[in-house]
Write a protein that binds this ligand. Sequence first.
Ligand code: NDP
Length: 610
Amino acid sequence: MGDKENSGENTAVETIDRDALRTKYREERDKRIRPDANDQYVEASGRFAHFLDDPYTERVDREPLFDEVTVAIIGGGFSGLVTGARLRQAGVEGVRLIEGGGDVGGAWYWNRYPGAMCDTAAMVYLPLLEETGHVPTMKYTFAPEIIRQAQLIAHKFGLYDNALFSTEVTEHRWDEATSRWIIRTNRGDEIRARFVSMGTGPLHRPKLPGIPGIETFARHSFHTSRWDYGYTGGDPSGAVMEKLSDKRVGIIGTGATAVQCIPYLARAAQELFVFQRTPSSIDVRNNHPIDPEWFADLEPGWQGRWLMNFATLQSGGFADEDLVKDGWTDISQRIRDRVIADGGDLSPASMRRAYEDSDDEKMTEIRLRVDAVVGNREAAEALKPWYRQLCKRPCFHDEYLQAYNLPNVHLVDTRGQGVERIDETGVWVDGSHYELDCLIFASGFEVGTEYERRSGFETFGRDGLSLSKHWDDGMQTMHGIHVRGFPNLFIVGVTQAANLISNVTQNLTEAATTIAAIVTQALATGADEVEVSAEAERAWMKLLEGTSETFLADPDCTPGYYNNEGRPMGSREQLFSSRYPEGAVAYFAFIDAWRNAGTFEGLEFRERSS
Ligand code: NDP
């Protein structure tokens, strides 16, 4: 297989030995399967709680608040911001953001490591571009511009006015007697809210690798989502981290975050050691500026059209043109071309074959690119990903692989086993000790772990039932938004709805528009409570049955948080990743028709009974 792989530029799928490729994928996966799966990760609490401290904003003392709002929005990231914006557009007063960070931005507030940028094109990723008038500067924007868009939304819709920052919710509880939520925070606040909308991550809650001895490291360390510029120098705009020029720096993890910050560390550190367990797939980035004159000519309503075009191409649909044209739509384009060349056969077997061929071709190109870019043969071999592109988060970068050509950058490949242990002064791999001044954890977030670990606080609904207990056997909702037993509560996320992972913000904006319509209806009709009926919730769950059975359960897929760390998904895990059966575009059409019908089918609007 290797000979065929490396024999030249021709990546025609006929030259790929598919059986050998599958065997290799399986072998690489088997090396990485661990019985402890998600439990291998350590929560940033207890002795690791300092990994959550906010390095960006100083906490200012204030008196606790005891008041009431119409809608409390927990989380000031894009979920909360677009919900707030839609509510304000609908004329709803008394909206309050409650946010643990010192400003809006959510995941982007925390993840301001050098080089942080969005892998999804700004034209579709940045929400409410037409509403704010912001013109993206680049096809893919860096974190500072993304935070500015978050701030722009907050300013434009008056969401700063009533907001509480550096304030963490500790619990919120439904009060049956008054039909209000009572929200308690780590500032001693007790806020009553008629409605609560939760947009709580989880890309703000870092997790740590459970490597033996991690607690003993006595030099400097931090997680990428709490970048310590005080220690490194530099800033989020990418200025050189001059304080690292005499430092030996180690980084654990080579996921989407590490791929973006490693080129900056490589430029700054005296020596950089990258501890790799599984290489990411690194496709080309090809970033370029957006021409403001071209942008000015876009017809009103352009963003909606771009969003639907991108979503269509992402969910197996056909479109006359590909407006975004990037690494996400490339694979869809290839599948489409193959199906058309095959006489337009849309049967599941033909689509599957077209997908597998396209993926084999794409991944072969990605591996050939490593050979073309990385000079050191040993490093190049170790940097090649042996799995399907979507088994792990695909990455796109034009400086990451190049960093391994610098003499101060050392790839320490752990051959799928991970770091062996950590001691006071450094890291052990395969019996060798790497002494470090600073150890950076690029080890990801509480995505696949238990629900209460992900949200960081508890929600108590009717009769004191906690949401995590209620979801012990898996998430249960209608539309991914409403939960029976938790009146006047809305969840803003991707799951049990469109589940469009390649453009998260589109899911959020759709949920926000829906929530604003429901709140408006409740206020207009004087309803004290809005709750999904048990029957409607059951019907939705029935509709979603079996929808998380995707290729991720494929025995060739390497473990990661996309596939429950390779452990077969039980019904619980499946429910946490289920989606509308006909795909994202169909969901968006469905929910648009549902909210515009004005009947809000499945919801009970009622007066307080007591
Ligand atoms: P990930 O969870 O994707 O990566 C964690 C990394 O840590 C993996 O490389 C993992 O290896 C490694 N690791 C874990 N334990 C060990 C160990 N014991 N020894 C060695 N290595 C270990 O986290 P990221 O922060 O990179 O990305 C999280 C998500 O954030 C992305 O998937 C994406 O959704 C989002 N993101 C989005 C961006 C955007 O453009 N919008 C940019 C950056 C991040 P292994 O692979 O073997 O498990």
